[in-house]
Ligand binder design. Structure first.
Ligand code: MG
Length: 250
């Protein structure tokens, strides 16, 4: 069931979104060679808890950390670890959500660790811009397929591929609500976008094939071909005046 929120509910949800965005930006400040992904997760958890909020992912479906930290060929759901030390040239996708006063905010960003290859930078740039394209298509009256089509068209024209097995989602009182927001699809198809819907758009884009597999820990999702993947995400609101990005630091 698609939930449409009032302007007042959306303005309350902005607090959770701002905390999420601040936590994500904080994580990015710590992405440097030599740090463990566990240390970054601790910074994120402590920041969120200090705001009186709860990390949305901690314990969600049994997930053991506050942030998903996914390095290089890990697409999403990487588990932070004391054994994982970041090194120069890694690309590090951090996904973090915060729950505050009844609402979740959800966002992700792929950070460069030190100096990265041109190949990696190009993939990150294309993925970041594809999120912008998806957001631009999130207009009241459009359909979910318009978002996915905008993302897919942009990245495939650059030789990249769109993950099929994981998609964006509605977000609000629950971390994952209807509708699903695929990063692929046909324009003009799917659920109609209405003012008051709050959704997480999150392109997961691969350098090679879009096929992924989940490792034995039941979380870590890697590209099957071992090539790089990038992931960016914002929580947005559909408004009569156009899409409003809610996960903005401040
Ligand atoms: Mg999400």
């Amino acid at each position: 069931m698609v939930i449409v929120k009032t302007a007042r509910e959306i303005s309350k949800m902005m607090d959770a979104c701002r905390i999420s965005a601040n936590a994500l930006r904080l994580a990015g400040e710590y992405v440097k060679p030599g740090i463990t992904t566990w240390e970054i997760d601790e910074k994120v958890r402590k920041y969120i808890e200090k705001q009186g909020a709860t990390p949305s992912f901690l314990g969600y479906g049994g997930f053991p950390a506050s942030a998903c930290i996914s390095v290089n060929d890990v697409v999403i759901h990487g588990i932070p670890s004391k054994d994982q030390v970041l090194k120069e040239g890694d690309i590090v996708s951090v996904d973090v959500g915060a729950f505050y006063e009844g609402y979740h905010g959800d966002n992700a960003y792929t950070y460069a660790c030190g100096k990265i290859s041109e190949t990696a930078q190009n993939l990150m740039d294309a993925t970041r811009i594809s999120l912008e394209k998806g957001i631009e298509a999130a207009l009241a009256g459009n359909r979910v397929g318009d978002i996915g089509n905008a993302v897919q068209t942009y990245v495939e024209a650059r030789g990249y591929s769109v993950v099929r097995d994981f998609v964006g989602h509605g977000v609000g009182a629950k971390l994952h609500e209807d509708p699903s927001i695929p990063n692929f699809g046909k324009a003009g198809r799917g659920v109609r976008l209405l003012p008051g819907m709050t959704i997480a758009i999150e392109p997961m884009i691969c350098e090679g094939s879009y096929e992924v597999e989940i490792l034995e820990d039941d979380w870590t999702t890697v590209t099957l071909d071992g090539k790089l993947a990038a992931h960016y995400e914002n929580t947005i609101a559909i408004t009569p005046d156009g899409p409003k990005i809610m996960t903005v630091p401040g």
